[in-house]
Design a protein around this ligand. Structure first.
Ligand SMILES: [Zn+2]
Length: 206
C-alpha cells in the first residue's frame, strides 16, 4: 500500500472547491479528527498547552453527545470545533439528502457549545462532489499532510520524518481516537517540538 503523507496533486484536482492549505508565512494548522475521546482528547489538550498551540477539532456528533465535558474543555481552551458529520458517514454510501441532514444535525448539537464557523471535513477525506456543492455556507477543509496515526502497522519514525516536511500554511491531520492514540503519543510531541523550534505558531483554521 502506498501511504501519501503529502496530499497528491490529483486529490486537489478532484476537489477544486476544498481547502488544502492556508496562505501563511509562520503558521502550521494542526487538526484532530474523530473525537472527542475520553482518553486521547484530554491528552492532546495537555500536549497542545505545553506548546501554547491552538488547533482545530473535527468532532463526530455522536462522540460530542457522549463526551460533553471534554467538548466544553476544547472550547474553553480556545481551540476550534468543526464539523465531521454526526455519524461519521461515508459520502460514497450516502444519498446527498442523508449526508447533508447528518451535517446539519451536527451543527444543531454543536451550537449548544460554541458558535460554529461552519467548517466541514468529509470523513475519509472523500465525498461526492454533489455533496460538497450542496454544502452552501460551509468551507470544506481537506489537508496537505496526513499522519496515518490510525494505522496500527505505522512506522512512526518514518511518519515523523515525512510530517516534518510540512511548511507554513500546511494543514496536518491527526486523530484523537482510541485507534490512533498509541501512534499519536509518539508523533504529536515530536511534531510540536520540531515546528516550535523552527519558529512556527500553531493556530486554528478560523
Ligand atoms: Zn474521520
Amino acid at each position: 500500500m502506498i501511504r501519501f503523507y503529502k496530499t497528491p496533486w490529483f486529490t486537489r484536482v478532484l476537489y477544486p472547491s476544498c481547502i488544502f492549505t492556508i496562505p501563511s508565512h509562520n503558521k502550521i494548522y494542526l487538526t484532530f479528527d474523530d473525537g472527542p475521546d475520553p482518553e486521547a482528547t484530554p491528552w492532546v489538550l495537555d500536549e497542545l498547552d505545553k506548546f501554547n498551540a491552538k488547533a482545530t477539532f473535527f468532532c463526530i456528533g455522536k462522540n460530542v453527545e457522549l463526551n460533553p465535558e471534554i467538548t466544553k474543555k476544547i472550547v474553553r481552551k480556545q481551540h476550534l470545533i468543526a464539523n465531521h458529520t454526526f455519524n461519521h458517514l461515508k459520502g460514497w454510501d450516502s444519498t446527498d439528502e442523508v449526508y447533508i441532514r447528518d451535517i446539519e444535525k451536527y451543527e444543531k448539537l454543536i451550537s449548544q457549545f460554541t458558535s460554529s464557523k461552519r467548517l466541514f471535513r468529509p470523513p475519509y477525506g472523500r465525498a461526492k462532489r454533489s455533496q460538497i456543492r450542496k454544502l452552501t455556507g460551509f468551507k470544506s477543509i481537506m489537508w496537505s499532510h496526513l499522519s496515518w496515526d490510525f494505522d496500527p502497522s505505522l512506522n512512526t519514525r518514518l511518519a515523523v520524518t515525512k510530517l516534518k516536511k510540512a511548511k507554513a500554511g500546511s494543514i496536518i491531520v491527526f486523530h484523537d481516537s482510541q485507534k490512533a492514540f498509541k501512534n499519536l503519543k509518539i508523533i504529536l510531541p515530536e511534531i510540536l517540538n520540531h515546528f516550535q523550534h523552527k519558529g512556527m505558531k500553531f493556530d486554528t483554521l478560523a
